[in-house]
Design a protein around this ligand. Sequence first.
Ligand code: KMH
Ligand code: ZN
Length: 314
Amino acid sequence: MTIRPKVIISCAVTGAIHTPSMSPHLPVTPEQIVEQAVDAAQAGAAILHLHGRNPLDGRPSADPKHFELIVPAIRERTDAVINITTGGSTSMTLEERLAFPLTFKPEMASLNMGSMNFSIHPAARKIQRWRYEWERPYVEGTEDIIFRNTFRDIARILRCLGEDCGTRFEFECYDLGHLYNLAHFLDEGMIKPPLFIQSIFGILGGMGPDPENLAVIRGTADRLFGRGAYEWSILGAGRHQMSLLTVGAVMGANVRVGLEDSLYLSRGELAQNNASQVEKIRRILGELSLETASPADVRERLRLKGALQGMREI
Ligand code: KMH
Ligand code: ZN
């Protein structure tokens, strides 16, 4: 009987998708983001996926100053793997998106494997009262924005962050074609296994949240990369989060939770914080007799450069 490796739980703490008016529990100030990130790590998240926010109004931000208000404090209080976004928000340029990762040289960073109309515009219809001016045009505007990740953009990130900084990646795949894009860069010798593949279900503009799609992705990844050459992880957007993660865990997947991906803990119940989602998925994994990986397990399995090695002191 094959021993199942421990399940890696990632937590995407704040993101750049949801806005303050969507939930009072979405962490947007540096204090809130740090507290919720540390609590999520203590609850069992081995990887913390981080975005920046403007402390004044919670607007998604790529400003290194805003990241420096959260990252050192988190790193001081937990040995969780810090995974810095390179996707930022759909309205940011690649320069803006890379500003902080290139100075911080993280162990891990997200890397989006294709361009798409990443949209959340339907969410605007649910908001009665907007707290900040910027929110409504930001949310409605995603209906007509291309989240740009061309082959040249991806190659640039692989060189300047991967090769030059020793950062390894969470390859974000929102559609089947993104796996073939990833295979292209493997063929080009620009990435080395083990690949950490984050397959994303339920984002408008990408593949739908149907459990059948998990099997399609799993089968395709096995054919393209071979089961031993990659670590599979999944996330489900919004109300699909916990059901898809449960199906995925049974199929051998690692899991990602967090208020970047879903504001809910259960049907109609807003999550009070990120840790509550980590605790819930850990309970579910426990019921399935699945153990949870530690940050040290993750560093070893994904060949990360280690918590402090090669990262700029801030
Ligand atoms: N906010 C999304 C447009 C990433 O972190 O790299 C992209 C995103 C992915 O969140
Ligand atoms: Zn993200």
